[in-house]
Every structure is written in C-alpha cells, then in structure tokens.
Design a protein around this ligand. Sequence first.
Ligand code: AMP
Ligand code: TRP
Length: 315
Amino acid sequence: MKKILLSGVKPTGRPHIGNYFGAMKQFVELLSSGDYDCHIFIADYHALNLLQNATEMRQNILDLAIDYLAIGLDPHKATLFKQSDVSAHTELAWIFDTLVTMPYLMRAHAYKDAEAKNREINVGTFNYPVLMAADILLYDTDVVPVGQDQKQHVEYARDIAQKFNNTFGNTFKEPEALIIESVATVPGTDGRKMSKSYGNTIPLFASRDEIAKAVMSIVTDSGSDIPANVYAIHKLFKPENELKDTYDANKGKYKVLKDALIEDIDSYISPLREIRSDIASDTEAVRQILIHGAEMARERANGKLNKVKNTIGVA
Ligand code: AMP
Ligand code: TRP
C-alpha cells in the first residue's frame, strides 16, 4: 500500500521560490518516487480570508493550477483539485469546531501574531487550523510536505485527530509533517523569510528582467567576503561544491556574484517558464483537470465523511 500524501497552496498570487523549494518541489519529487498516493490541492477557502475579489480569485486559482502542472505534477498520477469543489472539507471543519476550544486556537502562531499587531482578525483566520486539519484528516493522510511555517498547523491536525479519536473512537490517522531542513525557511532578498507580505520574493516563473531586478535588490552587508543573502539563495540553484570556486575567486565582488546568481536562476527557471506558457495556452484543458481531480477527491472524501457522520450519530 502506498502512503498517502496531501498538501495545498493558497491561490494568493504568483508562487515564489520559497514556496517552490520549501514545498512544491517536494510534491513533484515524492510523486515521481512512486511511493505516495498524492493529493495536491488549491486552498481557495483558506485564501478567501485574505483575498476577497472574485476576478482575482478566479484568475489565481487557474494560475496556480497551471503552476502545479508546469512544475511537473502529472494529473494522471496525482489527484489535483481545488478545496471548494469538495464540500466535505468545510463540513468536517464544522464537526471539528465542536471539539476544539477557543483558548487552544488562540495559541496558534498566526492568531498570536495578529493579536500582537493589534489587528482584528476574521473568524475564518481564527479557524484556519481547523479547516486545515479537515483538509488533511479527510484523506487519512500519512505525510504533509510543507515549509517550516506550517509545522504548527500539522501539529494541530494531529491534536484534532487525537481529540476526535478519544471522544468517538479510533477514526483518524495522525499525519506527519515532512519538512526538509535545508529549505524549511527559504530566505528572501532581505534575508528574512521569503514571503509575499514582506515584498522580498523572487517569483518562481519570473522573467529574466524580474530575476535581475530581484537579485539586484538583495541586501548585502558590506565588509563580508561572501554576501550571505546572495549565497543563501544561490545554493538553492547550484550545489555548494560548484559554487565554491566562484565565491572563492570573487571575494567581496558583489556585482559579479549577483550576475552569476541571475544567470543560474535564469537557466533553472527558463525551461519551467516555457513549459508554463505552453500549458497556459489551453486553459480549458486545465479546467478539465481540476474537474476530474475534484471528482476523484470527492469520492474519497465523501466516503470518509459518511463514516464520520455515522460515528458521531448524525447518520
Ligand atoms: P502558501 O503560499 O502560504 O500557501 O505556502 C505554500 C507552501 O510554501 C507552504 O508549504 C509553505 O510552508 C511554503 N513556504 C512559504 N514560504 C516559504 C519559505 N520562505 N520557505 C520555505 N517554505 C515556504
Ligand atoms: N496553510 C497552508 C499554507 O499557507 C495551505 C494549506 C491549506 C495546506 N490546507 C493545507 C497545506 C493542508 C498542507 C495541507 O501554505
């Protein structure tokens, strides 16, 4: 029996290389290994907490589907779908809501951050970990490949599985996060975690000009031979033993090192860009893939939800 893998990305705009190296690349590699039954989805209901514009939402969903295909997720091998097409996710989230307490959710990083900034948060954001637990637990997921920032959320899913199992009897499997140390938190152009909200990203499908602009904006602290922020990004694109000569020969020459980085990012990304533009030329085919994926996902998710409904006594 193959292990069950599940992960999702929010359709909040163009993915960046942090999303790619931290999570999306693992989706493709683990799918290709043949050891996993992969479920990869577009977390549109999670995105709705941030993105409340129908035109943009529709476009971002289609774009993310194209991105998934362009990085090599084979829709014949993986189930690719969008969250909102499988209503069992939100239904199960409600069931979990009745087991989870407010103080427990108040301990979540995302909630605490918002509170620290004195920001009012909507109930969907407060409840974010519960919907995510439903996403994961519905498919009897074994592994969840994600970046470090999602570790706590996977722990919430484990806790919620336990809580349900203790209350109603053994029903849910406890999933494990799969986080690769070296790319757990990919840094952005300013050295902080790469994140759209910090404006420090390099888009995954960036044009050469965009790559050049982003690389030129990488913050370098004068005085060091090796510009740490440049190197940290460079080693994602080239093995460190291959970088050694370049960095040894160009100590303190930030411009030369940045030019080399632009070259290496561009040669890595340009084939992906081309594949993406081919896929984007047939959006109808992409839509069909999501429709088919949703059918597959629904079959599995509804089967599980029916069992849960039976277990809690509503069916
Ligand atoms: P999101 O765009 O928030 O839906 O994130 C999609 C995936 O990318 C999640 O698994 C995140 O943990 C991962 N991710 C986002 N930013 C980074 C980063 N800077 N480094 C590593 N992984 C990241
Ligand atoms: N919260 C994840 C993120 O921001 C996206 C997500 C939603 C997810 N549901 C999931 C990831 C289930 C893994 C499994 O990146």
